[in-house]
Design a protein around this ligand. Sequence first.
Ligand code: SF4
Ligand code: SF4
Length: 167
Amino acid sequence: MDDSLNICLPCGLCCDGTLIGHVQLNREELPAVRELMDIEDESGNGFFLQPCSKYCDGCSIYSQRPKQCASFNCGLLTSHEENKLDSDSAIEIINRVKQKKSTIEKSLVLLNIELQSQSFYFKMVELKKVLQKIKSESSLTQKHIELTAELKELDDLLIEKFGISSY
Ligand code: SF4
Ligand code: SF4
């Protein structure tokens, strides 16, 4: 195992629904992937939603994983592979993301905000709209303001370190 894989194993943020909401499949790989997992199929274009059912402390179908998965390199991994970021610093950033995620999830429970999406990624898309609505109704509480700030910090971290576009 090379050093770059070491940061992906404790991370998994591109498989557990944090960074990405769905994985797009191309037509050629649809039959093979369908043999491995349930996929959504919209007029011949397949995809599956995250969190990925094949993620369990790493990819359980690693050698047969879809093309989008095999070609995906986040900014953090790229920086690490280019020796611009050592493993400890990369793991520290990954842990910061997980910590922020956990803080946001706790706030959602505390504020009784129920979101319908499966993945954290789409939940955050939904949450932005919910917070905007509460703001437009002038019903923002201090807890809502703190949650908005947490979400913004997570967004900034993902954009800056992982090269992911905003939720
Ligand atoms: S988000 Fe980046 S570092 Fe984390 S598992 Fe995916 S490619 Fe690896
Ligand atoms: S197929 Fe494997 S690499 Fe792709 S999202 Fe699922 S667990 Fe991650």
